[in-house]
Write a protein that binds this ligand. Structure first.
Ligand SMILES: Nc1ncnc2c1ncn2[C@@H]1O[C@H](COP(=O)(O)OP(=O)(O)OP(=O)(O)O)[C@@H](O)[C@H]1O
Ligand SMILES: [Mg+2]
Length: 305
């Protein structure tokens, strides 16, 4: 069993309003992300997802609790963790190559121009932007800009890729194409990813684990859904797999009903170990060998329907 790459231990966040009233957005969150794992976070608007991502990236701080990357506590931004924002956040005066090269030269200041260019080219090719190296952001479509953002983030070879609804501003067709590219790239590079999404199908396509948050204020992690579908899934065959509708229905049911009515005072709920559930499995069904394994002591069985 590999050691988690990211460990979140009991984090809470409070904001003080202009009237002095303190709001606890979320509290006592615990979860971890293993190396090579793709974890999605789903929850209603305002439950604190972006705040969590900002904490992971080091751009924001918690009110209590700890975040560790490996054995080190996070206390600021680092090139270990690359962020892809909803809006691409490219520098408009730089070309595609220039935007990526800027990040690469910050990561490896000792590299010469030729080495930087060759390294950037690999990532431009990876996201299918070959031929657009000299274009500026104003000459690119929304999908192409987001591809530059992905190439830039991957080019610094971060330990962890953090994405905040990266495809939500794109049309459905472009979004689908980019989702497949991210799936392929993550399979090729074994990149560890933490991604926020509102899109249930996107989560089922991409994630190994889906963390479900209850509504805020005082949002909590209600449970963690293990995606038991084979990792070799594609957008085209996703819906043909018997686990797909079971997982999908479970997620929708959570978002529509249970996220509001979640009772953390139930005797079985322990925020330090949110339930790990496998709604895709039939009772007694064996998990495919490639499915991510639960932590020791947590049997992977069909516990919630
Ligand atoms: N700097 C701030 N000062 C005060 N309140 C804040 C601040 N930043 C966020 N909040 C509040 O914290 C809550 C969570 O915000 P956050 O942006 O993390 O939500 P979210 O889950 O990402 O929502 P969405 O799905 O709409 O993006 C919101 O109620 C928001 O108003
Ligand atoms: Mg947000």
């Amino acid at each position: 069993m590999s050691k988690p790459l990211i460990r979140i231990e009991g984090i809470s966040k409070q904001f003080t309003g202009r009237d002095g009233a303190v709001t606890t957005v979320f509290e006592d969150l615990h979860f971890s992300v293993n190396p090579g794992e793709f974890v999605c976070l789903i929850g209603h608007s305002g439950c604190g997802k972006t705040t969590i991502l900002n904490v992971l990236s080091g751009l924001d701080q918690t009110s209590s609790g700890y975040v560790f990357v490996g054995d080190r506590e996070v206390n600021g931004p680092s090139l270990d963790r690359a962020v892809i924002f909803q809006s691409h956040a490219l520098m408009p005066w730089l070309t595609v190559m220039g935007n990526i090269a800027f990040a690469v030269s910050s990561r490896w200041p000792e590299w010469n121009k030729e080495k930087i260019r060759a390294h950037c080219q690999q990532y431009i090719d990876l996201v299918n932007l070959t031929g657009s190296e000299k274009k500026r952001p104003s000459e690119l479509s929304g999908g192409m800009k987001q591809r530059v953002g992905i190439a830039r983030a991957l080019s610094i070879q971060p330990k962890m890729l953090l994405m905040d609804e990266p495809f939500s501003a794109l049309d459905a067709l472009t979004r689908g194409v980019l989702q497949e590219e991210v799936l392929r790239i993550c399979a090729e590079t074994r990149q560890t990813v933490f991604m926020i999404t509102h899109d249930v199908d996107e989560a089922i396509l991409l994630a190994d684990k889906i963390v479900l948050m209850t509504n805020g204020p005082h949002a909590k992690i209600a449970e963690i859904v293990v995606n038991t579908m084979p990792r070799s899934r594609t957008r085209h065959d996703l819906h043909k797999h018997p686990h797909y509708y079971r997982i999908r229905n479970h997620l929708i049911d959570f978002l529509v009903d249970r996220s509001k009515a979640f009772a953390s005072d139930s005797p079985d709920y322990d925020p330090r170990h949110p339930p790990l559930v496998t709604p895709g499995l039939d009772p007694g069904e064996v998990v495919a060998a490639e499915t991510p394994k639960p932590p020791p002591g947590k049997p992977l069985v069909a516990v919630v329907k």
